[in-house]
Structures are given as structure tokens and as C-alpha cells.
Design a protein around this ligand. Structure first.
Ligand code: PMP
Length: 448
């Protein structure tokens, strides 16, 4: 039990400050209890325990202040304990905490749906349904696409990540650690190559798309495909930006063949890439879009938004759930969306991207282990390689990440080969703090 309550939010100390070894004694003590109380498979990236967070920092229970370059995996885009979110949640807490929207509806759920229908791409009638997690949104998007088309096959892509529930896990490409020993997997899921410009031999976007389309037509036949599901910028797979023209070519082909185009924007959505959604960078308009993470400032909420005729195809009672669109999460989402708009966080994301890309492109000139610097807005990655072969270097990546953690920076890796450092700072981080965080990562690289 902590004897005091530290208040987070933007007023929290905005500097990196280490006052104990990492992890400190209090963190070690609590994590020992974790070992005997929490399932081993629920891992953790840093060996510290959180006390408060806000702006661009996280304070641990030993009083160490970390620079946050992870946002709890792209969730706290508006900052931890964002004041607008805190206020809205408090007000809602005092009114009611739950009715089940499918038993007694409330206005905030409807207001979130209206807002999502407005900010997602596409000038057509839309509908929205709310859920709790990203995985649940993915599952429901697939249900909707199958019901609407009367077809069963779902096509996903290499390097994809769509979640940990049974169907989402089947859609996910990587076995370890996500699928190992967890089968049998859901049927009628097929995987095809995507576009990974750094590693696919210089295919153009349209060429990569045609390769995928050819495989689908040969092996499945377009007429049996209900949907393709794609992360417009892949997250866990390595922050892979597809070559220009890849997404529009796929979009055009799905449209021609009555196939539902599902954009999984769970990681890339909500201002993260500098626009509301990653598909917006190429003007691609999906039929269905899945959202979560950045949507509600840290409260668990997810959504599927899409064409009214698809969303309305399922029978009444076919979509829903006890907690989906919980009133506190809806209040948080409305406040978070207001923060993205009023605090001009889309522009902040672009500025953060310029700083990150600028610094790492500069470092790359003197360090051939930086194979590629890529990304959009505040979703930037550095792929680390063995310079002679360009083969992935996960060991170097792990050393750099560990160095950052030990020196007060929350840093995450990703990538199918474990060799990508990803930057997902809260959009509320100050420039100076971001620069300092980058400096620590650069130092880690130099010393590894
Ligand atoms: N899709 C994508 C693109 C994701 O990045 C994630 C989470 N990393 C998910 C789905 C699953 O979301 P959740 O963990 O909330 O179930």
C-alpha cells in the first residue's frame, strides 16, 4: 500500500529523474508479489511499478521519473490523466457507472457513434458499434463482413497483428508468443504477402498489391472472400509503411469484387500518424474501420464504424455485449476526441514525427546498423540490422531498449524479427523531453 496519492496529468514533474537503481526497492518488492500472484504469461516490458503519469512522464513507486516514449502502446495519445478526460469521467462516475447499453441506452454512446461516423473517412451513411478491446472490435468487424456478404473467407497479411482472442489470434501472423500452443485456430482465415518496402526487393505498391491479389484469386477465388483485413500501417509487425499505391490498388480490387475492406486502425488511428487515420494519407476509404487504443485516453473502449448497409446487415441482438460502450469509457472518448481537436494534437503528432525522423536520419548517416528510419507522425520506427547483410539484429535492439529502461526512458520494440525500435510518445510530450529521450536512445545505440 502506498501511503500517499501522487496526482498525475500534465502537472506531474516533466523531467527525467532517477533517484534509485532501476528497478528500485519498492518496485522489486511489488514485482515479487506479481510473480506469485499473476499468471507468468502476462509479461511486462519494464521492471518498474507505476505510481502516476501525465504529459510526457511516468513516475514509479520509488520516485523515479521516466520519459514516456510508449504511451501504454499508443493509448494515451492525449496524455495520461488528461484533464478533460479526468473531468468527464468524474462527472459520469457521479451519475451512473453502468446500465448495459443494450438494456437501457444512454446519450454518450450515441454521441461517440455520431462523432466516429463524422471523423472516419467516407462520405456515405455510416453506423458504429462499440466494444471493449481491440480484439473484440476485430472479431465484430469479421462477423459483420460475413453476415453482410454471405461469404466466409477472410484474408489477412504477413506481419499482421490483430489481437489475442481466438479469431483475432488466427488473423495474427506471428506464432511466438501469440499463437504457440493455443490452437486450434478459427477456420477460413488466409494469409498473403503485403508490402514491406525495406524487405520485399523494391516492389512498388501496385506490384505488391497485384502479388497479393493474384494469390487470393488463385487460391481462394475472389467470390469466396468476405473481407480483407489490413493495418494501413502495421504496428506490432514493425511499423511498416506500405509502398505508395499498395492500399489504393487493394481498395479498388475489393470494391470491384464485392469484398469488404476492413482497415484495422487500432494502433495507427486517432491522430497517431498526424492525420485522424493512417488510411487518410493515401485517401483510401475503407468499408469498415476498427478503432481502440487512442480513442478514450486510457479507458477501455473500441469501435467498428462503417457503411450503414454493412453495419445494419446483422440481426438485432447479434452485436453487443455487457460492457461494450461503457458510459465512463464513452465520457472519456468524447473528452479525448475534444482534446485531439481543441489541443491540435494532429499537428503535434506531425511535429513529433519531424523531430524523431530528423534526429534518427542524421544518426543513420554515421551508423549503418540503422537500416531504415520510417513511419508517420508520432508513429516512428528504426529498424536495426547487421550492416553487411541487412539481416535483422534483435540482440542489438534488446540492448538498446534495456539501456533506455535503465536510464529513465520507456521504450518499446516490435517487428516480426524483434529488431525494430518504435516510438509512440504521448502527443502531449514537450519537445525538450522528447529530445532528451532520443538522446538516451542514441547513447544506448552508441554504447551497444
Ligand atoms: N489490432 C492492432 C493493429 C493492434 O495493434 C492491437 C493491439 N496491439 C490489436 C488489434 C488488439 O487490441 P487489444 O489488445 O485491445 O485487444
Amino acid at each position: 500500500m502506498t501511503a500517499h496519492i501522487t496526482v498525475g496529468g500534465p502537472d506531474l514533474i516533466q523531467e527525467r529523474r532517477l533517484v534509485t537503481e532501476i528497478p528500485g526497492p519498492r518496485s522489486r518488492e511489488i514485482l515479487q508479489r506479481k510473480e506469485s500472484a499473476v499468471a507468468r504469461s502476462v509479461g511486462h516490458t519494464l521492471p518498474i511499478v507505476a505510481d502516476a503519469a501525465g504529459g510526457g512522464t511516468l513516475l514509479d513507486v520509488d520516485g523515479n521519473s521516466f520519459i514516456d516514449l510508449g504511451s501504454g502502446i499508443a493509448v494515451t495519445g492525449v496524455g495520461n490523466s488528461n484533464p478533460r478526460v479526468v473531468r468527464a469521467v468524474r462527472e459520469q462516475l457521479d451519475r451512473f457507472t453502468h446500465t448495459a447499453f443494450t438494456v437501457v441506452p444512454y446519450e454518450s454512446y450515441i454521441a461517440v457513434a455520431e462523432k466516429l461516423n463524422e471523423i472516419t473517412p467516407g462520405n456515405f451513411a455510416k453506423r458504429t458499434a462499440l466494444f471493449n478491446s481491440g480484439s473484440e472490435a476485430v472479431e465484430n468487424a469479421v462477423k459483420i463482413a460475413r453476415r453482410a456478404t454471405g461469404r466466409q473467407a477472410i484474408v489477412a497479411f504477413e506481419h499482421s497483428f490483430h489481437g489475442r482472442t481466438n479469431l483475432a489470434m488466427a488473423l495474427t501472423a506471428k506464432s511466438a508468443p501469440y499463437k504457440q500452443g493455443f490452437g486450434p485456430f478459427a477456420p477460413e482465415i488466409y494469409r498473403v504477402p503485403g508490402s514491406y518496402p525495406y524487405r520485399d526487393g523494391g516492389l512498388t505498391g501496385p506490384e505488391a498489391a497485384r502479388q497479393a491479389i493474384e494469390q487470393i484469386e488463385n487460391e481462394l477465388g475472389a467470390e469466396s472472400v468476405a473481407a480483407i483485413i489490413i493495418e494501413p500501417m502495421q504496428g506490432e509487425g514493425g511499423f511498416i509503411v506500405p509502398a505508395e499505391g499498395f492500399l489504393p490498388t487493394l481498395r479498388e480490387w475489393t470494391e470491384r469484387n464485392g469484398i469488404v475492406f476492413i482497415a484495422d486502425e487500432i494502433q495507427s488511428g486517432f491522430a497517431r500518424t498526424g492525420l485522424w487515420f493512417a488510411v487518410d494519407h493515401e485517401g483510401v476509404v475503407p468499408d469498415l474501420i476498427t478503432m481502440a487504443k487512442g480513442i478514450a485516453g486510457g479507458l477501455p473502449l473500441s469501435a467498428v464504424t462503417g457503411r450503414a448497409e454493412l453495419m445494419d446487415a446483422a440481426q438485432v441482438g447479434g452485436l453487443g455485449g455487457t460492457y461494450g460502450g461503457n458510459p465512463i469509457a464513452c465520457a472519456a472518448a468524447l473528452a479525448a476526441i475534444e482534446s485531439y481537436e481543441e489541443d491540435e494534437l494532429l499537428g503535434r503528432a506531425r511535429r513529433i514525427g519531424e523531430i524523431l525522423t530528423g534526429r534518427f536520419t542524421e544518426l543513420q548517416k554515421a551508423d549503418p546498423r540503422i537500416g531504415q528510419v520510417r513511419g508517420r507522425g508520432a508513429m516512428i520506427a528504426v529498424e536495426l540490422v547487421h550492416p553487411d547483410t541487412l539481416s535483422p539484429d534483435p540482440a542489438l535492439t534488446a540492448r538498446v531498449v534495456k539501456y533506455a529502461h535503465e536510464n529513465g526512458v520507456i521504450l518499446l520494440a516490435c517487428g516480426t524479427y524483434g529488431n525494430v525500435i518504435r516510438f509512440l510518445p504521448p502527443l502531449t510530450i514537450e519537445d525538450q523531453l522528447l529530445q532528451e529521450g532520443i538522446g538516451i536512445v542514441a547513447e544506448g545505440l552508441a554504447r551497444s
